[in-house]
Write a protein that binds this ligand. Structure first.
Ligand SMILES: [Zn+2]
Length: 244
């Protein structure tokens, strides 16, 4: 049985890393240079890819090159636009927030234009008084993506927000990282809307950490590990439109 790692940055793994034969990765870009690496990997290995400009890149690199970055994504026909979104943990100033929003809105319109699903990165502002940066990223994202198919990557929103996302047809992606809130989210999201990811090498060490994510879902939902592995792989194939 093949497992699908729905979100990896495989091109950033140490040289010589060998992917186990039973794991199929969806390779995600987050910047123009990582998008190029994802396209290269697809050419070599045939993996599905998603391309996008992430909020961290919007802060670091600004928006002057955005037209060129968008053209590259358009020409290379990915399986989805991602990872993209809003990150209010990284944003420190009003300008950071403006850049993140400008890039995200371009990514959303690109997804509409290309009729592709969106893979969303979202992180809330941990600062209790907020400062210049809004508090809740998911609340800012949802009205902007109405009518699009979305997958919330490394989901860290609330149970209530997860309910809304699923009601609108969205998918929730789970890593091996455990928390009380994540347990509640896994509990309320139907199995046919869950996928697993490593986000390696930044969250999981390698794509193999999805085995733990599958086990986590199986444990919370009281289901067989094999059944969860198969369902999450099929869900990813449906969402990203590839064959297992
Ligand atoms: Zn990522």
């Amino acid at each position: 049985m093949t497992l699908v790692d729905s979100h990896t940055h495989l091109y950033d793994m140490k040289k010589g890393y060998e992917l186990p034969a039973d794991i199929l990765p969806v390779v995600a870009g987050y910047s123009h240079s990582s998008n190029r690496k994802a396209v290269e990997l697809r050419a070599q290995k045939g993996y599905p890819i998603i391309l996008g400009i992430a909020p961290q890149t919007a802060i670091k690199k600004g928006i002057e090159m955005l037209d060129e970055w968008v053209d590259f994504i358009r020409q290379n026909k990915p399986n989805g636009i991602g990872e993209v979104g809003l990150d209010y943990k990284w944003a420190q100033t009003k300008e950071d927030v403006e850049h993140e929003r400008a890039v995200f809105e371009r990514m959303v319109s690109l997804a509409r234009e290309m009729d592709l699903p969106l893979v969303i990165h979202s992180r809330n502002n941990p600062n209790p008084d907020g400062g210049e940066v809004p508090k809740d990223a998911v609340d800012d994202i949802l009205p902007r993506v109405k009518g699009l198919r979305v997958l919330m990557h490394f989901y860290s929103g609330s149970e209530e927000q997860a309910g809304k996302i699923v009601a609108d047809g969205g998918y929730i992606s789970v890593t091996h990282m455990r928390s009380k809130e994540r347990r509640k989210v896994i509990n309320i999201v139907p199995l046919d809307r869950l996928v697993v990811e490593s986000d390696c090498p930044y969250v999981g060490k390698s794509p193999e950490s999805i085995r733990e994510a599958v086990a986590y879902i199986a444990e919370v939902k009281g289901l067989d590990v094999g059944k969860v592995g198969q369902a999450t792989a099929e869900n990813a194939a449906r969402f990203f439109n590839f064959r297992l």
